[in-house]
Design a protein around this ligand. Structure first.
Ligand SMILES: [Fe+2]
Length: 288
């Protein structure tokens, strides 16, 4: 009998949850959505958050098999490539990342070192594919809407890592106004997740708690169907799309979007150093 476990790590600066997933009796593990800390005023990166994941893996004598992204994040930089340089493991994301790479390579006018064929990810998961973390079976669910390449990961016997689709019931849902986003698709994607049995555990990618409660990383399908402010039972697709469209029109660009996406479409790999030994990000002016 496999007893799977998800250890959650919260980054309060970007409100992101990262996870280490493993099972008793098998050292192989996966990291989901690791954060590379980034201080935007000084453009300083730090591996403080990612080091916590590594410390947990070492303390529990685990072997890192996968470094998995639910999507190319716009709110934080990924520590995927740095973690791979420390512990190995395969970098993985959904197949439609190629579309996102293409879109943002154009937006940033990146050079030909930046590929749009999925590299430098080691593995692109197709929709509905199955893979293993140790002995644990994982179903890949394509859940577009926030971006075209969002994947959720259903770890049998544990729950579903939902990425940026649904948030906790009092927070609602992910925005759909990034390039390739689509509120109708998000509605369908979330309803697919909410069709799982009511006691299925949903692991959040973010939490933005009101001051009245602490950040929390999971809830159940039943909770969401009863209480989600955007997507509980009885809210129609038309109502959701109208709400989401109106709300997205009021949201500013995420603080770290411009530094983050050029790095995240490259699995968290920072740009190659220039002749002076320093790395530079690109910022498109007046583009958004
Ligand atoms: Fe996101």
């Amino acid at each position: 009998m496999i007893t799977p476990h998800a250890e959650a790590f919260f980054d309060p600066l970007t409100s992101t949850y990262s996870y280490v997933v493993h099972a008793e009796g098998n050292p192989q593990c996966a990291i989901i959505d690791p954060v590379l800390d980034y201080e935007p005023h000084s453009a300083t990166t730090s591996t403080r958050s990612a080091q916590q994941l590594i410390d947990y893996i070492k303390k529990n004598q685990l072997e890192l098999q996968w470094i998995i992204e639910t999507h190319a994040h716009a709110d934080h930089l990924s520590a995927g490539s740095w973690i791979k340089s420390q512990l190995g493991g395969q970098l993985a994301i959904g197949t439609p990342i190629t579309q996102v790479q293409h879109t943002f390579k154009n937006i940033y006018h990146l050079n030909d070192q930046v590929k749009t064929n999925g590299e430098p990810f080691d593995r692109l998961f197709a929709a509905e594919e199955q893979f293993l973390i140790g002995d644990m079976v994982v179903d890949v669910l394509h859940v577009p809407g926030h971006t075209p390449a969002d994947m959720a990961y259903h770890v049998h016997g544990l729950g579903i890592f939902v990425g940026d689709t649904i948030f906790l019931p009092d927070v609602g849902s992910a925005r759909c106004d990034f390039p390739g986003g689509n509120a109708e698709q998000l509605y369908d994607s979330v309803h697919r997740l909410l069709a799982f049995p009511e006691d299925t555990v949903l692991f959040m990618c973010h939490d933005y708690p009101p001051t009245s409660r602490e950040a929390q990383y999971h809830c159940t399908v039943a909770d969401q169907r009863k209480n989600n402010i955007h997507l509980r039972d009885g809210i129609s697709k038309a109502e959701f799309v109208a709400m989401r469209t109106q709300r997205d029109a009021t949201l500013g660009l995420p603080k770290l979007m411009l530094p983050a996406l050029q790095v995240n479409i490259q699995a968290g790999q920072l740009p190659t150093a220039e002749e002076d030994g320093h790395r530079y990000l690109k910022i498109p002016l007046n583009r958004f």
